[in-house]
Design a protein around this ligand. Structure first.
Ligand SMILES: NC(=O)C1=CN([C@@H]2O[C@H](COP(=O)(O)OP(=O)(O)OC[C@H]3O[C@@H](n4cnc5c(N)ncnc54)[C@H](OP(=O)(O)O)[C@@H]3O)[C@@H](O)[C@H]2O)C=CC1
Ligand SMILES: O=C(O)C1=N[C@H](C(=O)O)C[C@H](O)C1
Length: 258
């Protein structure tokens, strides 16, 4: 049995994840966390009597094996530090960790001898998109990314777009950067190591990404769509089952896919 805490349990992803944990025979929900809850009775949230509702980080959480984090870009660093220091394996879906924070968390995982997994996107379509984009970048160094999300998304660009750009940038030879002048500031999007990223936020959308490659007289577009949040749940279950088998704090669902 894998004992799980869900951080951010009242959010869009948190609610789905709580349902997943409740419905999976080898997972046991031991706790849920949000610093904003005032009512601590599990029944208030439709949870079984033995689920602890936490509104602060504390030693009582240590009975958990895995910490699933779907909180906010400003909370995820402290939450993940707490999980590692408590020897709870973090499975982090929350976006917004920067390079310095990631480096610190990796070092902490080593000293605490606690593995973990940071997953920019739990959707298999997104994992494949990143893999294919990395391969395509060796042939097509000229590339731009468009990511499209629901209007409630707090951060931009998305964690998936940043990971895609990182993978492309590792794989490609530096392209010639075209010169341009923006008559409206921001028209050419954000710049990640010479890769332009455009972030769209609109109602009706869930999570979508296009990677556009251009070459001499040809183009390649790779696209993935998450039409609903069920698309992430298979990946979350795999990550929860496999995280303890890792030897470090790894980044990417591909680390636990066969
Ligand atoms: N990796 C992936 O595949 C995916 C990642 N995400 C990412 O997951 C994150 C959450 O997304 P989503 O569910 O849509 O967002 P929501 O805004 O719906 O939920 C965020 C939740 O975080 C809670 N929260 C706020 N502060 C803290 C804290 N310090 N500790 C714990 N919980 C806290 C809030 O609690 P309260 O409601 O109680 O105020 C809220 O319910 C985002 O970063 C998003 O980008 C989303 C989808 C897929
Ligand atoms: O906020 C979201 O919804 C999502 N966030 C993640 C990201 O920032 O890439 C994953 C997915 O795109 C959904």
């Amino acid at each position: 049995m894998i004992n799980v805490i869900v951080a951010g349990f009242r959010g869009s992803m948190g609610q789905k994840t709580v349902e997943l944990v409740k419905q999976t025979a080898d997972f046991h929900l031991v706790g849920v966390y949000s610093p904003h809850v005032t009512e601590l009775q599990p029944q208030k949230y439709g949870l079984a009597d033995d689920v602890q509702v936490f509104n602060h980080l504390g030693t009582e959480m240590k009975s958990a094996d895995v910490w699933i984090d779907f909180s906010t870009p400003t909370a995820v660093f402290e939450n993940t530090k707490f999980a590692l220091k408590s020897h709870i394996h973090p499975v982090v879906g929350t976006s917004g960790l920067n390079e310095a924070q990631l480096t610190e968390l990796k070092a902490l995982a080593k000293t605490q001898q606690t593995s973990g997994l940071i997953v920019p996107n739990f959707g298999i379509s997104a994992v494949l998109l990143m893999k294919f984009a990395k391969e395509a970048a060796t042939y097509f160094p000229d590339v731009e990314i468009i990511e499209m999300h629901h209007e409630d998304k707090l951060d931009a660009p998305s964690g998936t777009a940043l990971s895609t750009a990182q993978a492309i940038s590792e794989a490609r030879k530096a392209p010639v950067q075209p010169e341009f002048k923006e008559s409206v500031k921001g028209a050419r999007g954000a710049d990640y190591q010479g890769i332009r990223i455009h972030s769209v936020r609109l109602p009706g959308y869930v999570a979508h990404e296009q990677v556009l490659f251009g070459g001499a007289g040809e183009a390649l577009t790779i696209r993935q769509d998450s039409f609903n949040r069920d698309s992430f749940m298979k990946g979350v279950a795999i990550a929860v089952r496999q995280v303890a088998t890792l030897s470090e704090l790894a980044v990417g669902l591909e680390n636990v896919l066969n």
